[in-house]
Design a protein around this ligand. Structure first.
Ligand SMILES: Cc1ncc(COP(=O)(O)O)c(C=O)c1O
Length: 428
């Protein structure tokens, strides 16, 4: 494959955009090389600026659950755009998508739309703090909730000490209010809660983690978290930015039969336009301005184009609920095919999967938290990534990201992907 035009576009971009990208992971920093510039996409395929075509397993990092340029979504956006692109006034479509989302997701009465997953999680934490009148929060190592200050925290010196900033610009003052716990380790979370009794406003978690590869909860971890939160009057926040409207119509809450107190959404709910949302029962949501004291706002929140895309997407998912089983079946097929190809070539690996999320870690040990994910062989992943790219398969350019399966993928595409894995794994 030739990447001449992408390379030249990247050089131009680097001169005017920091690192040439508007979101760091796109820069290929974790795998080396220079990024490929997308020109267009349709269904399961992305076309780059050099004319190469790839089977796409990023799907815009999740939103394109039905494939790229899904016609009902595109048509809805075009139609809406002709009526004006933003008003800064309430519109009927905001209520329409709110009603539909609430009907699909368990345990929520009201929803507020924002413009990104970051905003959704940041606002959910503020709401939890305002509602509980407590300041401290617990998050899990390896879970990502966007780039707001409270989440850019690394582990402190001991298991029960507060975190330290992991980006310059995040203050020590902010870091001291965020504790870092170990995913899938209820004893560790309990210890943190016990050591800070009466101070924790909320625990925020990706119910199926997708930002350290795909790591599902094990041993009823989510149910145990729910019980711990109930015992200590802590709000449980599910960050369903990846899992919402993907793992089931009602997301991870439905899949695992565990209710969260606040749920955050992004990606699928916007059909590929910039949308996030957070939702909860009335008593919590009514704490938000203008009804309540917790302030949260947005000039473009509930933007008509974004709402049109999101509504068309949710309507489709709601009317064809077989899609979730279909996606899980395709993911399982891919899992078994890739496993076989890697085994034949004696490549050590662990594949994790849940619904339409899947990832490969290049080690044999079980990957169940950040520590075990970080022990996998990143050099093998880099080779694998570039090998797959050469074979026309585009996976996330980092071992710490889940792949997203979309409904536009055919079994021929999956077979082609498995064949590519077989070819690439000969040289790993
Ligand atoms: C679980 C999770 N939460 C929040 C975010 C932040 O969303 P955004 O990038 O839209 O701000 C992401 C982004 O990938 C995410 O994966």
């Amino acid at each position: 494959m030739l990447y001449q035009r992408s390379s030249s576009l990247f050089k131009d971009a680097e001169k005017v955009i920091p690192g040439g990208v508007n979101s760091p992971v796109r820069a290929f920093g974790a795998v080396g090389g220079t990024p490929i510039f997308a020109k267009s996409a349709k269904g399961a395929y992305v076309h780059d600026e050099d004319g190469n075509i790839y089977i796409d397993y990023i799907n815009s990092w999740g939103p394109m659950i039905l494939g790229h340029a899904f016609e009902p979504v595109v048509d809805a956006v075009i139609k809406k755009a002709k009526q004006g692109t933003s008003f800064g006034m309430p519109t009927a479509i905001e209520t329409e998508i709110a009603q539909l989302a609430i009907s699909m997701v368990p345990n929520i009465d009201k929803i507020r739309f924002v413009n990104s997953g970051t905003e959704a999680c940041m606002s959910a934490v503020r709401l939890a703090r305002g509602y509980t009148k407590k300041d401290k929060i617990i998050k899990f190592a390896g879970c990502y909730h966007g780039h707001s200050d409270a989440f850019l925290i690394a582990a402190g010196s001991g298991a029960i000490t507060f975190g330290t900033p992991n980006s310059p610009g995040v203050t020590q003052g902010t870091a001291k209010d965020t504790f870092l716990a170990k995913f899938n380790d209820i004893d560790n979370v309990t210890q943190l809660v016990e050591a800070n009794k009466g101070e924790i406003a909320c625990i925020i978690i990706e119910p199926v983690a997708g930002n350290m590869g795909c790591i599902p909860p094990k041993d009823n971890f989510l149910k145990k978290l729910r019980a711990l939160c109930d015992q200590h009057d802590i709000l449980l926040i599910f960050d369903e930015v990846m899992t919402g409207f993907r793992l089931a119509p009602g997301g991870a809450q439905e899949l695992y039969n565990v209710n969260a107190d606040i749920v955050c959404f992004g990606k699928v709910i916007g059909g590929g336009l910039p949308v996030g949302a957070f939702a909860a029962r009335n008593e919590i949501m009514d704490f938000l301005a203008p009804l309540g004291p917790v302030y949260q706002a947005g000039t473009l929140s509930g933007n008509p184009l974004a709402m049109a895309a999101g509504l068309a997407m949710l309507q489709h998912l709601n009317s064809d609920r077989t899609v979730f089983d279909r996606l899980a079946e395709k993911t399982e097929y891919l899992h078994h095919g890739m496993s076989k190809a890697l085994e034949v070539n004696k490549v050590k690996h662990t594949i994790n999967r849940m619904g339409s999320m899947i990832s490969i870690h290049f080690e044999e040990h079980e990957v169940h938290d950040f520590e075990s994910a970080a022990k996998a062989n990143n050099e093998t992943f880099k080779k694998f990534f570039h090998g797959m790219l050469k074979e026309g398969v585009y996976i996330a350019p980092s071992a710490f990201e889940t792949w997203f399966i979309c409904d536009a993928l055919s079994y021929d595409d999956l077979d082609a992907t498995i064949k590519a894995v077989a070819t690439v794994s000969k040289d790993l």
